[in-house]
Design a protein. Structure first.
Length: 262
């Protein structure tokens, strides 16, 4: 079905989802959050989708929550906890649970929920002039959209604490240096390079990539014995796929494999 606040395109196995409220820096309102949830669900269910690319229209990736919705001039203010629980949390869960690689192309500022949305993806490329900011504390709020989960794991507790409490802007090159994102790209080439990466991933054994993602998700909370058992379970599952059989056959025949994601 057509969307109003996002763009959705499927090409060469890649579902490109573009946040499309450029007039407000792609800040989230409830309808856009609902559309993003639906688009991710469709990508997860579509066997023709082998990878997902998430980006923003215009000069920003996402400025976080639309404060015009969170603090309206008239009428009662909405419950922010409800916005987080019903809007952002399902998006983050889907990004982590979808058994397909997700590439995020941060084309400008990524602030608040927008920054943490990017960090929930598997690969983050950013325009060299993009920036990340945990802006919550500037208005007395707590980081959400998985920020308090992902940030300490990516950059360590001390640096995550500083980013959240001081709310200083982090440039894209600094984000690479601290291990927050994968790499920067010259701004005019960002979408081209992010698309190339997503298309490359789409040709890989994506069933196996999904199992890798499942193992990485579990490693955040598992003990060693639990993780070892999970590795054995996932390896058994990977070993039963058509892609594994194709990979071995191609290796023995000394040719490039042709994976189908099954």
């Amino acid at each position: 079905m057509p969307f109003e606040h996002i763009l959705y395109e499927l090409d060469q196995g890649v579902a490109t989802i573009t946040l499309n409220r450029p007039d407000v820096l792609n800040s989230f309102n409830r309808p856009m959050a609902a559309e993003l949830r639906q688009a991710l669900a469709e990508a997860a269910a579509d066997r023709d989708v082998r990878a997902v690319l998430l980006t923003g229209a215009g000069r920003a990736f996402c400025a976080g929550q639309d404060l015009a919705e969170a603090m309206p001039k008239e009428g009662p203010a909405p419950d922010l906890g409800d916005i987080v629980a019903r809007g952002y949390n399902p998006i983050v869960r889907t990004l982590r649970q979808i058994d397909k690689p997700v590439v995020c192309a941060v084309n400008g500022v990524a602030a608040g929920a927008g920054a943490n949305l990017a960090l929930a993806c598997d690969f983050v490329l950013a325009a060299v002039d993009a920036s990340f900011i945990q802006s919550f504390s500037k208005i007395g709020l707590v980081p959400d959209t998985g920020g308090t989960f992902f940030l300490p794991r990516l950059v360590g507790l001390a640096r995550a604490t500083a980013m959240m409490m001081l709310a200083d802007k982090v440039t894209a090159p600094d984000a690479v240096a601290m291990g927050l994102i994968l790499r920067t790209v010259e701004t005019p080439r960002l979408l081209e390079e992010a698309t190339a990466l997503a298309r490359q991933l789409a040709t890989r054994p994506t069933r196996g990539l999904g199992l890798i993602k499942r193992a990485l998700n579990a490693s955040a909370t598992n003990g060693l014995d639990e993780q070892l058992a999970l590795e054995a379970q996932l390896q058994a599952e990977a070993g039963s796929t058509a892609d594994y059989r194709e990979g071995v056959k191609a290796f023995l025949e000394k040719r490039a494999p042709s994976f189908i994601g099954r």
